[in-house]
Design a protein around this ligand. Sequence first.
Ligand code: NAD
Length: 485
Amino acid sequence: MATASRAIPNFVAGRWTPAQATELLEVRNPATAELLGATPLSTRADVDAAVQAARTAFPLWRATPAVERARVLFRLKTLLDRHKDELAVDLTREHGKLLADSRGEVQRGIENVEHACGIPTLLMGETLEDIARGLDCETIRQPLGVFAVITPYNFPVMIPLWFWPYAVACGNTVVLKPSEQDPLTHQKIVDLVVEAGLPAGVLNVVHGAREAVTALLEHPDVQGVSFVGSSDTARFIYAKTGETGKRVQALGGAKNHMIVLPDADLDATAEAVIGSVFGAAGQRCLAGSVVIGVGEAYGSMRERVLDRAAAIRLGYGLEDGVDMGPVISRRHRERVVDFINDGAQNGAALVLDGRTRTVDRYPNGHWVGPTVFENVTPGMAIGREEIFGPVAGLTRAASLDDALDLVHENRYGNAISLFTTSGKAAREFRYRAGISMIGINVGVVAPMAFFPFGGSRGSFYGDLKAQGRDAVQFYTDQRVVISRW
Ligand code: NAD
């Protein structure tokens, strides 16, 4: 049982504040099972306090010149750089990913803070003199007020930083609702935010789950919502914000395909496929899930993927000699194992079975070993649904066209990769893929901070994506002024 003494506080109006919630959710190290803290499932009243704090802080923050807002972010960037190693260790402890992955995640988060530091330039509008004789026209970008940011468990440092630094750089104030499964590392980032001098109430954090999210979606003082999570939740958020008339960007789940042509560099491709499917134990929205071998690429790819997958060493991400960590929770492990059972019972050939893999030193960790299926079809649950675990489905296609037909049967549209040495095939693929994040000889298609991040089809609900210029557009309204003097 989680004890109330381990309950983590909300952050409201510049102060760490205990939630009124009585329900708590344990946060444990998914490798060692050590109890790290407890997340309060905040109530509507907790959410209201945070939104009111954000609303109160808005007028003064909005009137703070963009260059001064940027200076706070510059100081935060310096502090994040100074603390990035300890943040990465904390992240591995609560999430389970390898320390190298955690370092990468913290770095990707910092890059968003860096990009948001350019806000004086990013916010600039446009002007045209004499749109008619003696009449001038200009556009200016203005912040809107309070934004809610709701994030998932798989990148608990980077994904909040995809959003709130841009929102506050633009002059808005924010209520962040992090994942209830691993909210601890971001708490330390809030300490750094305070040290950087962000005024009280500009960033608030409310911990919780469904009740807190619903309260944010229904709150009349929340102007817009940035969301990342599974597609079912993203669709719910999109519908609910439509009902309540808020701006929304809702990034959902994924089922990413990787197509290998016979002319690909097969060794480099196999490395990329392995990193994509099994990195972070498959818990990335950019994880490869179905590997389509075209023609004779299939057999050679199958051998290479199987050899490498079988050699992956499971263990605690803070220790040396480990290639893959656990999945986040017992419940999630059961979900992944259910998918593997389903695949084995419904026609796919299970050629590498990770269901019984354990790690002797950590008997209570949530382990799933690398798993590989052959003969996967789009109709099977393992070929259709997001598994979010270390499971590769191998399948064959006769041509690039046939491979794309298989991809387009799927409802998701987050990322896709092609492996080839043919420029013609790569161009054709880019033209026809119909998926938002496209990799050519790249296994994890992760746009950096200054580019938009987000999918299409069932992987994204909204229009403006995370990061890049989209973020600035999302967090501002473009006003047009026409003047005659
Ligand atoms: P999730 O949907 O369970 O939770 C995401 C957030 O929504 C959490 O803050 C959670 O508290 C809240 N939530 C969950 N259920 C809710 C409900 N019924 N009503 C209201 N709020 C609810 O997702 P997760 O398991 O934390 O994260 C994994 C998912 O996120 C995967 O599907 C993954 O593909 C997706 N993801 C997508 C991207 C992307 O860029 N598209 C990036 C990372 C993760």
